[in-house]
Design a protein. Structure first.
Length: 167
């Protein structure tokens, strides 16, 4: 009986220490982070017409704001798929981009517009002087791929997320 009481007391002390550490860190133990904040990366295979791209998903606002900025390059056949809960007409820019892109604008499973060979900005270009890119109408997905890779993609092509998983 005394051993059980000792074990119970040890568990209570441990829980108290954990709770105190949680308070000191500014986050209570019962306050988990939102999935979009803790998610390391999600990838997806997307078929656009006859081409399949392996894409990193940009779902959270932070992921979408960062996009492909400050990356040296993309491997051929890869890209970033921006996923929007609600259809919208997003405005993209090439802030901190280091290579040119094709931007494929998608709505309800079809390509509705393509911005081809969007150049990276000249180094030192002020943010307020960067060109803005937007689709002709609302979209629910945007696919960024290497410049030139949209050469075989046409407006009206069917788009299908083939596979999706969290890494």
């Amino acid at each position: 009986m005394k051993r059980l009481a000792t074990e119970f007391l040890a568990v209570l002390i441990l829980l108290g220490i954990m709770g105190l550490l949680g308070l000191l860190s500014g986050q209570s133990p019962s306050e988990p982070k939102a999935p979009s904040e803790t998610q390391v990366a999600a990838v997806s295979a997307v078929r656009v017409g006859q081409k399949i791209f392996s894409d990193e998903l940009a779902i959270s606002e932070n992921q979408q704001a960062t996009g492909l900025s400050n990356r040296a390059s993309l491997s051929p056949g890869t890209g970033m798929l921006f996923v929007f809960k609600d259809a919208r007409r997003p405005v993209f820019w090439m802030k901190d981009m280091l290579f040119p892109l094709d931007i494929v604008w998608i709505y309800q499973g079809k390509v509705i517009d393509i911005s081809r060979n969007v150049p990276e900005p000249e180094p030192g270009t002020p943010a307020d002087e960067l060109p803005l890119y937007e689709p002709a109408s609302e979209v629910d997905y945007v696919l960024e791929i290497n410049a030139g890779e949209a050469a075989q993609i046409n407006i009206g092509d069917k788009v299908e997320v083939v596979d999706s998983l969290t890494a």
